[in-house]
Write a protein that binds this ligand. Sequence first.
Ligand code: FAD
Length: 410
Amino acid sequence: MAPADVLIVGAGQAGAQTALSLRLGGHAGSILMVGDEPDAPYERPPLSKDYLAGERDAARLYLRPAGFWAERNIALQTHAHVVSIDATAHTATLETGETIAYRALVWAAGGHPRPLPLPGATLAGVHMLRTRADADRLRAELADAIRVCVIGGGYIGLEAAAVLAKAGRPVTVLEVQDRVLARMSAEPISRHIEAQHRAHGVDVRTGVTITAVEGREGRVMGVALGDGTLVPADIVIAGIGLLPNQAVLTAAGAECGNGVLVDEFCRTSLPDIYAIGDCANHPNAYAGGMRVRLESVQNAIDQAKTVASVLLGTPQPYRALPWFWSNQYDLKLQTVGLNHGYDDTVLRGDPATGSFSLIYLRAGRVVALDTINALRDFNAGKKLVELGACPDRAALADLTVPLKSLAEPS
Ligand code: FAD
């Protein structure tokens, strides 16, 4: 195959943005984006939201219209899985045995769902939700199913639960921690979200022990719990986290941990190889310089812009403010900043009104906000986090004081 000036592995959110930013920045060399899915780059967030609900068709998932990539002279090869990289020779090899030479390689390979570590995990009717194909399989099977059991009270599981409960299905959510979203948010957010699900008829069970997925004739029939009960289910959706796709880079000799280790310019430990998006483990200024691996559209896009800046010869370090959103029922959860190591929280507003924010502080500084149906707080919160503001706690809690008035540098 013809050599590529820039070879992008992974035609997802981060890969697509890299190609786009390179062309926008005037990159004249060849760009080849290879991805192992059948699709051109598309958005994943709708897969657990309106696409799962059948309210958005497949054509509206794509990041750009058909023809867009070719028009910009960005070669896109789908169904193409990279199996190895020779960092010294600057070549990548596909499953078909084809070898592609590159000047620079951007590893934007995302991750795969953590497998369910349970007997029965591979029974028919047990689903994960990462790709459009996953969502299509789930939607097809839902046509003949009634009861749904979601394993894992993280964003994806909760969003899927919301869609299916809204459609009138009996849904159970099983969470082994004592509350949903335990890894991401503090208790008031978890409890509010649990209450919303219960109000919509979802049976949310926290602090459970899950022992097996039970089946009959190769098909799931329920989920067995440690207390001897069986949660009956025709469909199980497992959302218990993501593992970064890094095996190829590890084998190539790149330093990896929980993700491919990169510096603030998204450079791996291998020459001319970069890693971005869900698979990249990077030092983040908003986590006090600690290494993190973020799974968000914002991070994928902003790291792509960083790597493009490096390849364009105008390197800009990755300093983007992290933010994230989740939609469940009429509830819009928006998060800004990273709450790692927070030592205090301030509740702003009354959860009973359906609109409130939780502000996370570390040594008096605002490090993150979870806002629920509170767009104004989210926008003002961006400034507070960016500035590392240290406002008075009472003022943060006082709804008569606009948050933006507290965004003063300290
Ligand atoms: P991906 O988009 O996963 O792209 C990686 C691509 O690389 C994939 O197509 C993969 O198949 C391919 N690939 C992997 N290995 C190889 C290989 N060896 N060779 C070739 N190709 C390879 N984020 C938000 O901010 N808000 C949300 O509301 C939200 N909702 C989500 C809902 C769901 C159901 C999911 C799954 C994710 C959601 N996310 C959300 C997360 C967001 O979609 C990801 O953070 C984002 O897609 C990461 O982009 P990426 O390019 O790093 O990875």
